[in-house]
Design a protein around this ligand. Structure first.
Ligand SMILES: [Zn+2]
Ligand SMILES: [Zn+2]
Length: 188
């Protein structure tokens, strides 16, 4: 069975070099749906608590929220960094608090201090699914991702690939010592 979680991300981007209006800078509310598969955890009668899926995903993905997403070769990138630098906000401000840990994968690098994500490929809905899967595949047993923004929507299915030992009392993943980080349960 599957536990299904949804979250929203608001971001600005453009399709650099694309022959269409999307080559102009514009914004979206993107909706990401994460489907996680497992057997039913008998103790709590659920696959995985959706608020825990959300917490795990949001910790990484909040770097995309209210962020600018630009391709690495987009000439807007140095131009914007120059403006941020001159304005003194490139390295962060006390008001920029919703920052996750910086990440770098083959497909995307996050600069949380200036709310910027630099991508290798154009951030289409298909591109976003590849980036999200890369960031979360070792943390969640994701079997399907769906991402929509405006009229664009894409989804990708994956093979079940992770065995996660779950707490029979609260459902969250046990750590490597068999202990529950949330309620303190210890597997014997
Ligand atoms: Zn767009
Ligand atoms: Zn627990």
């Amino acid at each position: 069975m599957r536990s299904i979680t949804q979250l929203e991300l608001q971001y600005a981007h453009r399709f650099y070099g694309f022959q269409g209006e999307a080559q102009y800078l514009h914004g979206h509310t993107g909706v990401l749906t994460i489907e996680v598969e497992d057997t039913i955890n008998v103790g709590v009668n659920m696959i995985f608590p959706c608020n825990e899926i959300l917490k795990t995903a949001w910790n990484v993905l909040k770097n995309f929220d209210h962020a600018l997403v630009l391709r690495a070769d987009d000439p807007l990138l140095p131009a914007i960094l120059d403006v941020y630098e001159k304005q003194g906000i490139k390295g962060g401000t006390p008001n920029n608090t919703m920052t996750g840990p910086a990440f770098q994968t083959e497909l995307a690098t996050a600069y949380p201090e200036c709310r910027l994500v630099v991508t290798k490929e154009t951030m289409t809905v298909e591109g976003m699914i590849k980036i999200v899967h890369d960031l979360l595949k070792d943390k969640l047993n994701i079997v399907k991702l769906t991402f929509s923004s405006g009229v664009n929507k894409a989804s990708q299915e994956y093979m079940s690939h992770l065995e996660i030992n779950r707490c029979p009392l609260c459902g969250v993943a046990l750590n490597e010592n068999g202990a529950c980080p949330k309620c303190g349960y210890q597997k014997r």
